[in-house]
Ligand binder design. Structure first.
Ligand code: GUN
Ligand code: ZN
Length: 429
């Protein structure tokens, strides 16, 4: 066992922050000796006496917090960040598909995956639900790179059998067989999980979507990930291609792709019935604010989402998104929430933004109590953050009179310089 003494942040079952300004986090192996878990967490004075023989590392002055969970990101788009385009569809056509075609080469895919994971951990992200490309080799490369680092990680082969250029377009039957084979090879191996990954309705035939839904029914603990209702042109196109569907989201519902453990990126332009469907099915939205601002897609409506009881969490959506930093994503989510011209604007509280990128994202994945929190029993994935990382942060956090003021200073002014340490499965990365 091992312990860390410092300021300590976790979340309770009501999603409220629990904060100990002088806290103790005790970690140790699970019963099988396979994984490091949180054994105890709380105020130092209350806990220290119970663990007299455990070595304590003193990180007082710093904040121990759950590792961040990125609910939607594309590792093959690491080098697509910052590609300018007049919107989603030209961005895909001109930059994204040509770049993704390179991931047929497994060695190239592995080199990008290695950079991607190191970058995630440098930013304090310890779990990501990630798109690969349509090439099975891109999935193997990512899983192997995650496994080498001990990360809890979910990805899947992209399904896209139409309206896609040579080099990324796949074959309907082969793509489904590849998905089944990859599930058998990787799902549940250590901390790895598989996600059935239709890119979005416009680039899949109905047969491919139906096949994906059938695989999802056979594997209820496998994840599903896709995109929906991001951009007006995309929605128009989806409705032309699926004229019988009630809505764009309805296309996925019709083929059995809405259920728990299904994560849909964006969910901006939904109607009330769509939001009800999301809530009822247990599917969750990956809110991707830097991407939505960069591509000019629109603003996620937090008030409507809450009114309908939708689940959601925060995501970078790199390379549509502009940063791997959870701090940048939380700040952009604040801007998006605040926007009050096209929807009702609200001021999301700092602890709520933080929850959405940790325990809330874990809950969206069905991994509540496993990751994204530091309550006893959770896996030992955490960050140690330095509130004095820059002169301005030091000045600002010294004046914080409450937890929310401390967290907001970090959200507004923080970036990778704040992340002093990223601990994955009990080991410092
Ligand atoms: N819709 C379909 N593919 C993509 C993608 O790669 N990024 C984003 N942001 N939206 C998509
Ligand atoms: Zn995306």
């Amino acid at each position: 066992m091992k312990a860390y003494r410092g300021a300590l942040l976790r979340f309770d079952d009501q999603h409220q922050p629990v904060y100990d300004s002088d806290g103790l986090l005790v970690i140790g192996p699970d019963a099988q000796g396979e994984r490091q878990l949180v054994h105890a967490a709380g105020a130092y004075d209350a806990l220290a006496g119970r663990f007299p023989d455990v070595a304590v590392e003193d990180v007082r002055g710093q904040l121990i917090a759950p590792g961040f969970v990125d609910l939607h990101v594309h590792y093959p788009q690491t080098d697509v960040i910052g590609a300018p385009a007049p919107g989603l569809l030209p961005w895909l056509e001109n930059y994204t598909y040509p770049h993704e075609s390179r991931f047929a080469d497994k060695a190239y895919a592995r080199s990008v995956a290695d950079f991607f994971f190191d970058e995630l951990m440098r930013h304090g992200v310890t779990t990501a639900l990630t798109f690969a490309t349509s090439h099975p080799a891109s999935v193997d490369a990512a899983f192997e790179a995650a496994q080498a680092r001990g990360l809890r990680f979910i990805t899947g082969k992209v399904l896209q059998d139409r309206h896609s250029p040579d080099g990324v377009r796949d074959d309907t039957q082969q793509s489904l067989a590849d998905t089944e084979a990859l599930i058998r090879r990787w799902h549940g191996v250590g901390r790895l999980g598989y996600a059935i990954t239709p890119r979005f309705a416009p680039t899949s035939t109905e047969a491919q979507l139906r096949g994906a839904g059938e695989i999802a029914a056979r594997h209820p603990d496998v994840w599903i990930q896709s995109h929906v209702a991001e951009n007006r042109d995309e929605i128009r196109w989806a409705m032309e291609l699926f004229p019988g569907a009630r809505s764009y989201l309805g296309v996925y519902d019709d083929v059995g792709l809405l259920r728990e453990r299904a994560i849909y990126a964006h969910c901006i332009h939904l109607d009330g019935e769509d939001r009800q469907l999301m809530a009822r099915s247990g599917a969750a939205a990956a809110v991707s604010p830097t991407s939505n601002l960069f591509l000019g897609s629109g603003f996620f409506d937090y008030v409507q989402a809450d009114d309908h009881g939708m689940r959601y969490g925060l995501a970078s959506d790199v390379g549509g998104g502009t940063s791997f930093s959870p701090f940048h994503t939380m700040l952009a989510a604040y801007y998006v929430g605040r926007e009050g011209q096209t929807k009702t604007g609200l001021s999301l509280t700092p602890s709520r933004l933080w929850w959405q990128h940790t325990a809330g994202a874990a809950r969206a994945l069905g991994l509540e109590g496993v990751i994204g929190n530091l309550q006893p029993g959770c896996e030992a994935d955490f960050v140690v953050l330095d509130p004095q990382a820059t002169p301005l942060l030091a000045r600002k956090t010294a004046q914080a009179d409450s937890l929310d003021e401390l967290l907001f200073a970090l959200i507004v002014l923080g970036d990778d310089r704040v992340v002093r340490r990223c601990v994955v499965d009990g080991r410092t990365a």
